[in-house]
Write a protein that binds this ligand. Structure first.
Ligand SMILES: [Zn+2]
Length: 259
C-alpha cells in the first residue's frame, strides 16, 4: 500500500470590502455615484470616478484590515458601513487583530474611529499601525484632505503602534516602507506567508490601469516618484508573482499576474 503525503498549504484569504463608487472633483468631496441615475459626462470637468474598498486579509496569525474606508454611515443599519461590510464578509469587528494604514487621507482613515464623537477606535481588539510623520502632518494640515476629528484618537490610544522608520517589519511577516509619494508620508505593505506575497500600495498604486501605463497624476504629492515606484513594483511584482490589492479599482480590486 502506498501513502501519498499531501501538504496542505494555507492560502491567505483576501476579502475586498467595497463601499461603492464615488465621484470626486476639486472640492475633494466624495459623492456616491449611482450608474442608474447619474451620467458620467455630466459631472464637473476633471472629476474622477473611484471605488473605495478597504481589504481584509486573513493569515494564519492575524485578521488584517488594510485602510478603513470613508467612515460613512450605512443608513439602513444605522452604523458605519465598514462594520456592516465586515459582518457581511463573516468577520466580526472584534476579530480584527491588526489595522495597517497606508496614509490618513479621509477616504482611507474615515473608519478609524466610531462615529459618535470619535472617542473610540472602530475595531476594539486591533492594533493600528500608523506612520508617525503622517499622523503629525495630517493633524497639522487638516481639511479638506484630512479630518482631524476622526483621527485625533490615534495620538494617545494604547492600541496604536506608531511607525517611525523608513522601512521595517511587523511580526516578521509584514514589511512596511515609507514612500512619501502619494502623500508626504505615505507607506506601503507586503504580507508574506507560505511563498505568497500580497502587496498593498494604498494610493501609491490605486488602480490596475495606473500600473500598466506610465501615468503621472496631478493629485500625487510627488508625481514622478509615484510613477517610478509603480513601474518598479509592477515589474518586480510580476517577476515574483505578487498579488496586488487596488483600493480604488472598480473592476480589478485583486490582481495577480499568472505566469
Ligand atoms: Zn484614496
Amino acid at each position: 500500500m502506498q501513502f501519498v503525503l499531501i501538504d496542505v498549504i494555507r492560502v491567505m484569504k483576501i476579502i475586498p470590502l467595497s463601499e461603492g463608487s464615488f465621484t470626486i472633483d476639486k472640492t475633494k468631496l466624495f459623492v456616491p455615484f449611482d450608474e442608474a441615475q447619474h451620467v458620467l459626462n455630466e459631472r464637473p470637468v476633471g472629476s474622477l470616478l473611484v471605488e473605495i474598498q478597504p481589504f481584509v486579509v486573513i493569515t494564519s496569525k492575524d485578521v488584517l484590515l488594510l485602510d478603513t474606508g470613508l467612515g460613512f454611515n450605512d443608513n439602513k443599519e444605522g452604523r458605519m458601513q465598514l462594520l456592516t461590510n465586515l459582518e457581511k464578509a463573516g468577520v466580526k469587528p472584534e476579530q480584527v487583530t491588526k489595522v495597517l494604514m497606508s496614509h490618513l487621507h479621509k477616504d482611507h482613515a474615515g473608519g478609524v474611529s466610531l462615529e459618535n464623537n470619535h472617542g473610540s477606535l472602530s475595531l476594539p481588539n486591533a492594533d493600528y499601525y500608523v506612520q508617525k510623520r503622517e499622523l503629525d502632518f495630517a493633524l497639522e494640515k487638516g481639511l479638506p484632505s484630512f479630518i482631524p476629528d476622526e483621527i485625533n484618537i490615534l495620538v494617545n490610544s494604547p492600541r496604536v503602534k506608531l511607525l517611525h522608520d523608513e522601512e521595517g517589519a511587523i511580526d516578521d511577516y509584514i514589511a512596511y516602507r515609507h514612500t512619501g509619494a502619494h502623500s508626504l508620508h505615505h507607506q506601503v505593505f507586503w504580507i508574506r506567508e507560505n511563498n505568497e506575497i500580497i502587496f498593498f500600495g494604498g494610493d501609491d498604486a490605486p488602480q490596475l490601469q495606473h500600473m500598466k501605463v506610465r501615468y503621472k497624476t496631478k493629485y500625487d504629492h510627488d508625481p514622478d516618484k509615484a510613477m517610478q515606484l509603480r513601474q518598479l513594483w509592477w515589474q518586480q511584482g510580476n517577476e515574483e508573482g505578487w498579488t496586488f490589492l487596488f483600493y480604488h479599482d472598480i473592476k480589478s480590486p485583486v490582481w495577480k499576474h499568472v505566469k
